[in-house]
Design a protein around this ligand. Structure first.
Ligand code: C5P
Length: 227
């Protein structure tokens, strides 16, 4: 069987990474969370005070890119992906609401996108990869053999994210999460550079009423057809 590239794009918090990870494990593929990369840049900018009143100091962020090294550790067995910023484990920190609230403005910066896309393509050059994000099927891997565009209603997505954060013991507010999900959809779909949109050849997966197992089965069938 030939190795393929699987691109999974879609709205915020609709389970892209959950599906991507289980697909990678089933197929023995690499998994790359492209959103984590934008989150790391955001965390770095926040730590340096380069985001003021929700506005990134563009020049500072662009200048800072060369000092950011992003690496991942993907454990296939446990389906656990860990993100590192210059060797420091920042996996939990990048999931916090402060990062979620500032990541979309950071992601509109062309130079940031250019650098991330370069690293993402490097990761995929040998195929056998599942990557999730917003522009994977449209920009990063326009030739991906399988492109999935995921979506679900904002209410359902916010509810899932709420439970996930709650289970981690975080003090969270449902309305704040719903607002964040909707705000990110708006910025991600409306930005000038690489906006979130379905690639023409992507297949849509609305998982509002599907279990994880059903989504995995469906995707595995689609993947097998392309191998
Ligand atoms: O996937 P996740 O929700 O962690 O992504 C966080 C944010 O990073 C998105 O809301 C979007 O602004 C940005 N992003 C992006 N392009 C990608 C992946 C994520 O612009 N390929």
């Amino acid at each position: 069987k030939k190795k393929i590239v699987i691109a999974i794009d879609g709205h915020s918090s609709c389970g892209k990474s959950t599906l991507a990870k289980s697909l990678a494990r089933e197929l023995g593929y690499i998994y790359i969370d492209s959103g984590a990369m934008y989150r790391v840049v955001t965390l770095y900018a926040l730590r340096n005070g380069w985001i003021q009143n929700g506005q990134p100091l563009r020049e500072k962020v662009i200048e800072g890119l060369k000092n950011i090294k992003i690496t991942f550790h993907w454990d296939e067995q446990t389906e656990k992906n860990t993100t590192f910023l210059n060797g420091e484990n920042v996996e939990d920190e990048i999931r916090q609401l402060e990062v979620s609230q500032n990541v979309s403005p950071i992601s509109t910066i062309g130079e940031v996108r250019h650098e991330m896309v370069k690293q993402q393509r490097e990761n995929g050059k040998n195929k056998g990869i599942v990557m999730d994000g917003r522009d994977i099927g449209t920009v990063v891997f326009p030739d991906a053999e399988l492109k999935i565009f995921m979506t679900a209603s904002p209410q359902i997505r916010a509810q899932r994210r709420y439970l996930e954060l709650k289970q981690k013991g975080l003090d969270v507010d449902f309305d704040e999460i719903l607002k964040n999900v909707e705000d990110r959809d708006t910025i991600d779909s409306g930005r000038e550079i690489s906006p979130l949109r379905k690639a023409d050849d992507a297949i849509v997966l609305d998982n509002s009423n599907l279990t994880r197992q059903e989504q995995l089965q469906w995707s595995l069938e689609k993947a097998t057809e392309k191998m």
